[in-house]
Design a protein around this ligand. Structure first.
Ligand code: GAP
Length: 491
């Protein structure tokens, strides 16, 4: 058997063909960097979301969840710094009228150099760019683009405007009459919904420091250059957790969460070679430590999750702007203070892409008669696979569908089952491989005699005869997994 893990384009086509992800409003030719999840994509996404939510809340006695609104009081974004600072340096091409993020333009150019084996020059361009970005030297950034004669991919010209800052937040009006309406923003991160609710949650859930608040929800960013499928979207979902701790203990918790989060990723059966940490050298002014968990996507190692030690910056700013005290009385040390925060923040859509990239495999299978068969299989962990079990009666008659339906009834309350009686068994197996279904069970005439079925394992394609009554337990066990996350989560 030979194996090939394929490129982004193959994953995009597969995701569309098999009902995982479609371009948004496709009948109107789509909307750039916005995507819709189909039947199996939404199931996969939900399973990842649930797996994260359970690991954060159910498995931690000191983490609770919230679900804050997308719309927030506009002052929130003044306090958080998003109105003043959440912007990227952009440059427009005067001929194509297209706008680009300066760092993306330069990174793309560096990638092209790497593809030609000119790694040294690529590194030096990126290093120079980082220096200029850090000092907000926009003239220098434009000069860098001009020095390397970087052109617009659409017009092919290097006829650029000056570099300017553009805010990435989407704004809209709250209120029906324009004179009454006030400008509000679609949240660019879910984190602020946690900070502004800090005291509500601490008091009502009677939380004692250290404790965390988790949230999953939509975020919106007007990404100028939106690329790479669901890696960079304008509407996306984040899974964030803010961990409030005593000042001075934050770096210990930062180390703890760095380890816990990588454990969570590895618990989904992905090789550790696919992950790496990228420590931030230049820290945001409010952070005293920050790291990205990078994943090897088909286009290279890129950020999947961020872990940030954010000090007391956010709560202090909201205290200052709201005029309300956001403090905690720590009766162990008899002191009032603004807690420090360690944040873990992962993009749910980016995680879906990581799972699909890792799972997508094209295989050639040498058959006994000398011919070669091909299949595309999604090797997704049973814990998050959209369909866990396919139940397949060999033929549509002789009482086999009835037995299959009975098995459906027994199992579907515990996990997602799929019933299919059309096509040959071989075709049905291939379709289930393409959807990432870890188990198929075939009901045949022997089942009627001895209550056994054939179970087929997706990754090995091995088949064995087992008792009909064992099926449910085998799947439940695989969905639950061997390794328990709870052990490492005892705080
Ligand atoms: N509260 C911190 C925060 O929002 P971030 O690094 O801007 O930090 C966190 O975003 C995560 O959200 C990223 O690691 C990424 O997985 C995801 N993310 C950010 N922008 C995204 C976009 N445009 N499309 C998809 N996911 C995105």
């Amino acid at each position: 058997m030979s194996i090939q893990n394929n490129s982004l384009q193959a994953i995009i086509s597969h995701a569309k063909e098999y009902g995982f992800i479609f371009p948004s409003s496709e009948i109107y030719d789509g909307l750039s960097a916005v995507y819709d999840y189909g039947p199996w994509g939404s199931e996969l996404k939900k399973n990842i979301r649930d797996y994260w939510w359970k690991s954060m809340t159910q498995l931690h006695e000191n983490i609770v969840g919230i679900d804050a609104a997308i719309f927030m009081h506009p002052t929130t974004w003044k306090a958080s710094g998003h109105i003043d600072n959440f912007s990227d340096p952009m440059i427009d091409n005067k001929d194509s009228k297209k706008r680009y993020r300066v760092d993306h333009l330069l990174e793309n150019y560096a990638d092209e150099l790497i593809a030609k084996g000119e790694n040294k020059q690529a590194d030096s361009i990126v290093a120079e760019m980082d220096k200029l970005l850090a000092t907000e030297d926009f003239i220098g950034l434009k000069q860098l683009i001009e020095k390397y004669k970087i052109s617009c991919p659409i017009s092919g010209t290097a006829n650029w405007t000056d570099v300017r800052q553009f805010n990435l937040m989407f704004s809209t009006q709250l209120g029906s009459v324009s004179e009454e309406a006030s400008e509000i923003y679609l949240r660019p991160e879910t984190a602020q919904g946690i900070f502004v609710n800090f005291l509500n949650v601490q008091k009502t859930a009677r939380m004692k420091i250290p404790f965390g608040v988790a949230q999953v929800g939509k975020a919106f960013r007007n990404e100028i250059v939106a690329r790479q499928f669901i890696f960079r979207m304008r509407e996306f979902e984040q899974m964030e957790m803010q961990f409030f701790c005593r000042p001075g203990t934050e770096l210990e918790w930062y180390g703890y969460w760095k380890q816990e989060r990588i454990n969570w990723h590895l618990s989904l059966g992905i090789s550790s070679n696919k992950y790496r940490f990228h420590d931030h050298i230049k820290l945001a002014h409010y952070a005293n430590a920050a790291v990205d968990i990078e994943f090897e996507f088909p286009f290279g190692f890129k950020e999947l999750e961020g872990i940030h030690s954010r000090t007391d910056y956010d709560l202090s700013r909201h205290q200052e702007f709201s005029g309300k005290k956001l403090q905690y009385f720590d009766n162990e040390i008899n002191k009032n203070y603004i807690p420090y925060v360690v944040e873990t923040s992962i993009g749910l859509d980016r995680m879906v892409l990581a799972i699909l990239s890792n799972a997508y495999t094209e295989e050639k299978i040498n058959k006994e008669d000398g011919s070669v068969d091909e299949r595309v299989v999604l090797k997704i962990s049973p814990k998050i696979a959209p369909i866990k079990l396919a139940i397949l009666p060999l033929v549509k008659k002789d009482g086999l569908p009835e037995i299959a339906r009975e098995l459906m009834k027994e199992c579907r309350n515990d996990f997602y089952c799929f019933y299919e009686e059309k096509d040959t068994i071989g075709k049905r197996y291939r379709r289930m491989d393409a959807l990432g279904t870890p188990f198929c069970v075939t009901i045949d005439h022997q089942t009627k005699e001895d209550q056994t079925v054939t179970i087929r394992y997706r990754d090995s394609m091995q088949q064995e005869r087992i008792s009909l009554h064992e099926v449910r337990n085998i799947v439940v066990k695989a969905v639950r997994g061997n390794e328990s996350l709870t052990n490492s989560f005892n705080l």
